[in-house]
Ligand binder design. Structure first.
Ligand code: ADP
Ligand code: ZN
Length: 224
């Protein structure tokens, strides 16, 4: 089962993906997390990716697509995966279809999270991530603060703000790229009949965990 998380930065894609992962046992594959791990370890892939990420640009497909293709061959992904942050362009979506069809698989479900723009910017500015690469828990200083300020509840490591979340220019650029390059995927997957759109917003008191619950129930129904 291949599940894709779609949605602008700050909608809570990663959080929802993590909850679905826990419930289903499918691994959460976050391209952003893989890049950040490589950047912190200064691997060649990380050094290359950082040139783009620090500016808020997309990492080129020549780097991103093979990385995902390889990750999907790992043992933990033999029953599928939850893709969080990939695909982000129509080209990537087409390449993913090719990669999956070679294995007789396809995209089963696309969860599209929609959040008002003002909330998105606020959420990126207030997002904090655990510095422990094995943990990577995320918090929000307003919506989901840790029990002790600056410290991860789960593992006790310090929290920090992502570099691209603290730079207003990079935030703006990422949202623009989302609109231009990623939002066409909504139509792409709608046409395939696999799209499930969900609003996540404080204004209607509907948060990531509510969406995750819905998706988990839907998957249980499907498996009956
Ligand atoms: P966000 O969605 O908040 O920008 P991510 O953690 O998903 O954060 O990604 C961080 C950065 O990694 C992106 O801004 C982009 O530069 C790069 N990135 C992640 N996924 C992809 C992808 N599928 N294609 C190209 N670049 C990507
Ligand atoms: Zn942690």
């Amino acid at each position: 089962m291949i599940i894709i998380m779609l949605g602008a930065q700050g909608t809570g894609k990663g959080t929802v993906a993590g909850m679905i992962s826990t419930a289903t046992g499918l691994p959460q594959i976050s391209t952003g997390d893989i890049f950040r791990k490589n950047i912190s370890e200064k691997t060649p892939l990380g050094i290359e990716a950082d040139k783009y990420i620090s500016k808020g640009d997309l990492v080129p497909d020549e780097v991103t697509v093979p990385m995902v293709e390889d990750r999907l061959t790992w043992e933990d992904a033999k029953n599928g995966a939850i893709l969080d942050g990939f695909p982000r362009t129509i080209e990537q979506a087409e390449k993913l279809d090719e990669i999956l069809s070679k294995k007789g698989e396809k995209v089963d479900l696309v969860v599209n999270l929609v959040t008002p723009r003002e909330e998105l910017i606020d959420r990126m500015l207030t997002r904090r991530v655990c510095t422990n690469q094995e943990c990577k828990a995320t918090y929000n200083t307003k919506l989901n603060p840790p029990k002790q300020e600056g410290i991860c509840d789960k593992c006790g490591a310090p929290l920090k703000q992502r570099a691209d979340d603290s730079d207003p220019e990079a935030i703006k650029r990422r949202l623009e790229i989302y609109e231009e390059k990623t939002s066409p995927l909504v139509d792409y997957y709608d046409k395939k009949g696999v799209l499930k759109t969900e609003t996540v917003s404080l204004s209607i008191n509907r948060m990531g965990k509510d969406v995750a619950e819905d998706v988990i129930n839907l998957l249980k129904e499907k498996n009956k």
